[in-house]
Design a protein around this ligand. Sequence first.
Ligand code: ATP
Ligand code: MG
Length: 349
Amino acid sequence: ATLARQKLSIGLIPADGIGKEVIPAARTAIEAVGSDIPKTEFIDLEAGWETFLRVGNALPDRTVEILKNDCNCALFGSVSSPSRKVAGYSSPIVALRKVLDLYANVRPVLSVSPNPDTPPAVDLIVVRENTECLYVKQEELKITENGKEARATRLITELASRRIGKMAFDLALARPREHLTVIHKSNVLSVTDGLFRETVRSVAELDAKYKDVTIAEQLVDSAVYRLFREPQIYDVMVAPNLYGDILSDAAAALVGSLGVVPSVNAGDSFVMGEPVHGSAPDIEGKNIANPVASIRSAALMLRHMDYIKAADRIDAAVDSVVREKQYLTPDLGGSAKTSEVVDAIVKRI
Ligand code: ATP
Ligand code: MG
């Protein structure tokens, strides 16, 4: 929602690996659109594996307090996970989603067409419920006379389905096609997926402003198939946690590199931009990480707060640099450095 803000306070949490190279790039892009956003302050915050090694906590209390009390929004880089289980360590991003109540994971997947007048081949948003489904992690193992038996609880609530539904409808309303596809598997899971599907559909009846959004639904298996065959049929897709996880990684494969796919984790009062990729230890410190995912995550975060003009300017600059192909990092087949791509984008902004 639009809030008149005197000042923007943005928490910057580069965390580990290439996060330390791409989050500063995102900051530079935000600074370049300073005339279209309120006066902005950046607050550097610590989290991640390296922080854990130094202070024994992957998400220091200070980071959480400052995010909660002083920031409107944040940008998160990526965390390295230790290769084996380490006592006392748990992922700071999972914890942050919880403490800031970031119940939606929003991932736009966009290809850049070679010609500015042709629409992109892929232009869709996956909206993934971020708090329940199988991710409640309630599993049990029991020994029966026939051997081991494992069970997992899958939680779907009306409350969480309604709020993710609203978020998806609002995102659909803001796009030209205003089309929403509800993903489920209610032919098999009629109680849980049935509740998700019914609740999301019922959002349209809560508010007359949603009346022009067209609604389709699809079983998750056929959605993956059609996503690969004809991605252009999708506009906004909304899904429970696990299906959303799988669908959004699959959709990312359609656009060439993990290095270009942004996301935001969003709640009702806070939004955190985060590139979809991880810490990429294989290319860390070489100044060749693609900064596009983080720069687009910054644009998405601003868009989510209704700074549409600032977001459009960043996205248009990225489109133009990617389309021109002179400044591409190696993951997209080029030989440009991270810093050269950032400079080219900032110049375009
Ligand atoms: P993590 O455990 O943190 O996820 P990872 O080894 O799985 O680390 P990812 O970050 O998931 O690494 O990346 C997978 C592959 O994609 C790696 O080869 C990485 O170099 C590449 N990659 C990821 N992000 C980028 C980027 N921004 N620019 C270029 N290449 C990238
Ligand atoms: Mg990874």
